[in-house]
Design a protein around this ligand. Structure first.
Ligand code: B4P
Length: 187
């Protein structure tokens, strides 16, 4: 199964991808996690990304594509993957299509987790307290939601027009949302 998980920040992509990985037996590729690992390791890429992420902006398409190509060069992605956090704009959607085509692959499903802004602000405020992520501050969350509306919503529209999109209600218990995703992908 090759699955792309879409949705606003705090919609539960990372949370559900961690469960789907075990259930489907394919790797979870989170561009946010890959970037946070670079930041934690203090690599040149991480130093570049750190401020951009804390503000809630998107890290450059070039950096993301380089990271993704590197990750997809590993054999474990051959049987499938759950891609979480990518694509976040139309240029990234095009780049993903080209990267997969170059590997002789296509994704099977794009699932959007739908959660309203009020709920997202509540969830991320909870995570800010629990984990202290710099980009979960109220200003950064507001900005991330704007970035999502301006840059990522067109990706959703694009996949919808292509008939590749399933929309899943992301509000409910973790088990409920998980069950809805499985239903949407026919598992
Ligand atoms: P991400 O790591 O993708 O962060 P996110 O959008 O906040 O999603 P995340 O997966 O962490 O949250 P989740 O919904 O699981 O990106 C962070 C930053 O990295 C971006 O802002 C950007 O700067 C950069 N970046 C990443 N990808 C990029 C790209 N492609 N291009 C450019 N830049 C990129 O969970 C949120 C919270 O909700 C958790 O606390 C969880 O416990 C809770 N929750 C989840 N499901 C719930 C439920 N059903 N009920 C109640 N709470 C729930």
């Amino acid at each position: 199964m090759r699955l792309v998980l879409l949705g606003p920040p705090g919609s539960g992509k990372g949370t559900q991808a961690a469960r789907l990985k075990d259930y489907l037996g394919v790797p979870h590729i989170s561009t946010g996690d890959l970037l946070r690992a670079e930041v934690a390791a203090g690599t040149p890429l991480g130093l570049q990304a750190r401020e951009v992420m804390a503000r809630g902006d998107l890290v450059s398409d070039e950096i993301l594509l380089g990271m993704l190509k590197d990750r997809f060069s590993r054999d474990d992605t051959r049987p499938g993957f759950i891609l979480d956090g990518y694509p976040r704009n139309l240029a990234q959607a095009a780049a993903l299509g080209e990267l997969l085509a170059s590997l002789g692959q296509k994704f099977d499903a794009a699932v959007q987790l739908a959660v309203d802004n009020e709920k997202i602000i509540e969830r991320l405020a909870g995570r800010a307290k629990a984990e202290g992520r710099a980009d979960d501050s109220p200003e950064s969350v507001r900005h991330r939601l704007n970035v999502y509306d301006q840059q990522t919503a067109p990706v959703i529209a694009f996949y919808r027009e292509q008939g590749q999109l399933s929309v899943v209600d992301g509000v409910g218990s973790l088990d409920e949302v998980f069950g809805r995703i499985l239903e949407a992908i026919g598992r």
